[in-house]
Design a protein around this ligand. Structure first.
Ligand SMILES: [Zn+2]
Length: 311
């Protein structure tokens, strides 16, 4: 009897101990599960090698833990690649603002005082302030014969001087006789020119001349070239003169670009001006020449919105 009682008490004790397992905190289970999963994951290749490991796994309640644990390790590796695409998103976002300026509705700005940069956009929409005047203007009379400057008191920005001297020398060496009709033009000078056009030919003034603030000449990096074939006057046929034809083919090699090509009138909002060249540097000038692109088109696609940049 006493012996039977002993067995009964042992059985009771075991029964009382069993509920201790579910009493474990969920966190504890999770930790345990993760541990098992980690172990299983690492042990997996070894397990497939040894059939004993697989047998043990089926016997122990661990498979149940493995089932619950499986989503956890799967999530962990998934998280890591997810953060990588996020990093890839960032560079994809960067080019997007570059395209945005083209699509942005154009607010007219008329009071810009940009730094003396070579690529500043100047158009009918993006005008310069009356106050804007480049700081490094130099007189062309220091570099050219009066027959080249036609006796005008022409100024140009310092960075343009050397490329211009070289280009004019190359043209002279090719038996050409180019002249420089105009260079830097202040806001007030442009106002006078504009008023003259609007008074004399009001119906065509908007095509022939830029309103004050909208002229690239105010930048001091733009020149109008002439040919003796046209008595050094502005004419659409300038492109057919020996000087005009040479410039079309070679100006980019010296960093000059034709600002208002015939085929870009809609974009530039300026009538074809075969005599009007702007210095932008050899690299960009060559790029534009090769692509058959106007400077304005390139600027609208690649530069920040001018009015915002000015603020
Ligand atoms: Zn011009």
């Amino acid at each position: 009897m006493r012996w039977l009682y002993l067995i009964a008490s042992i059985l009771l004790l075991t029964a009382c101990m069993t509920p201790t397992y579910p009493a474990q905190s969920p966190a504890g289970i999770a930790v345990a599960a993760t541990k098992t999963a980690t172990i299983l994951a690492t042990a997996a290749p070894t397990a497939s090698n040894t059939p004993t490991a697989t047998a043990t796994a089926t016997n122990t309640p661990s498979p149940t833990a493995t089932n619950t644990a499986t989503p956890t390790p799967t999530q962990t590796p998934t998280n890591t690649p997810t953060s990588t695409p996020t990093a890839t998103h960032t560079p994809t976002n960067t080019p997007t603002p570059t395209i945005t300026p083209t699509a942005t509705p154009i607010p007219q700005c008329t009071e810009r005082i940009p730094p003396d940069e070579l690529l500043t956009i100047v158009s009918r929409e993006y005008r310069l302030s009356r106050e804007y005047e480049p700081a490094d203007l130099v007189p062309l009379s220091d570099y050219f014969d009066v027959r080249v400057t036609l006796g005008f008191d022409t100024y140009i920005r310092q960075p343009v001087v050397q490329p211009l001297v070289e280009m004019m020398a190359a043209m002279t060496a090719a038996d050409l006789r180019p002249t420089i009709i105009s260079g830097y033009r202040s806001y007030d000078q442009q106002y006078i020119a504009w008023s003259k056009w609007t008074t004399e030919v009001p119906e065509r003034a908007s095509l022939l001349s830029a309103p004050p603030g909208a002229s690239e000449h105010q930048l001091g990096t733009t020149l109008d070239f002439g040919s003796p074939e046209l008595d050094n006057e502005f004419h659409t046929y300038f492109y057919q003169t020996a000087e005009g034809a040479w410039l079309v083919e070679n100006a980019h090699l010296y960093g000059f670009t034709l600002s208002y090509p015939r085929e870009a009138t809609e974009i530039t909002q300026f009538y074809y001006e075969p005599w009007h060249y702007r210095y932008v540097g050899i690299e960009l000038a060559t790029q534009l020449h090769a692509a058959g692109l106007s400077l304005t088109e390139w600027q609208l696609a690649n530069l920040p919105v001018p009015c915002e940049a000015a603020n």
